[in-house]
Write a protein that binds this ligand. Sequence first.
Ligand code: NAD
Length: 323
Amino acid sequence: MNFLITGAAGFLGSALANHLSKQGHQVRGLDDLSTGDKDALSPDVHFTRGDVNDRPKLWTLLQDVDVVYHLAARVSVPESVLYPREYNAVNVGGTVSLMEAMRDVGVRRVIMASSGAVYGDVPHALKKGEEAAQKITEAIQPNPRSPYAVSKLAAEHYIRTIGALWGIETVSLRIFNAYGPGQGIPVSHPPVVPHFITQTLKNGTLVVHNDGKQTRDYVYVDDVISALTAATTAPGLDGLVINVGSGRETSVRELVNAVTEIIPGKAEVIYNPRVSGGVSRMCADLTLAKKKLSYKPSISLEEGLKMTLEKDARFNLRLGVTS
Ligand code: NAD
């Protein structure tokens, strides 16, 4: 098949592009390299540097494409608080530009990387002691708490609405906290998993916001890729949003323990009660993903952390691994 992946040089985009091209598909990648790294892509991926708002470029890249994966976005929650206009322009405006161009060219299917962040805090779904009720289903009313989350929710609505108007099949996968080799570690707002790994390897300090009891659903990149690729051809997805996570709830305290057990050292853990831990609990209900995508996450947090260490050259160097 012929694919276009926006945001192809990013963490998830490059893993997806390399996976699809390894399977023999024709893969075009678009990325403005604002955070992505072109060198993460295999030479078989046809890469174009450009902005997802550049419709003439999209018209060219979309010729003969069967399915589009839309991953290009600004992805930091704290950064979005500072620059909401930019998040709106790229995450919402870029999505609308892509949908217009798909309509113009006649491409029939798009799979968008949305986010579990759209749910925000949903305390009514997370009563303590009720395990089944703790998981977040797609039926829960989103309550976005950051410009990033709003932009993802708006993008979901745009692709579904424009898709329905023009006969384009759309599906949004609400990915929870993905991690794995190659994830970006920007200095100002690093994602928690690679940040804790880096700090532990340096015998540095792990700063835990608030009491560290806030939970997240950490999902390994290979499981995310299996959900994205299953969405390529699965029937009956049109207009849906589908959760993609591990289905397991892990507190930040537990994450610290998991990382420091795998990387023994002298890292110091500090709790900062003055900083909000953000949304208090996050855990994806995966019933719909199982039904529609036959999705079954297979990698535990411990396994995923070990694979991240083994496969990411930045960490290997610090561990002294030479091959
Ligand atoms: P990433 O930052 O590594 O990838 C995003 C890519 O988009 C980058 O390579 C960046 O250069 C590119 N980009 C940004 N603005 C662009 C523009 N205007 N034009 C073209 N390219 C542009 O992030 P990621 O973690 O790989 O996330 C990929 C997608 O998955 C995003 O849409 C993100 O919202 C979504 N998502 C990620 C996670 C996660 O935990 N990683 C969770 C939920 C959703």
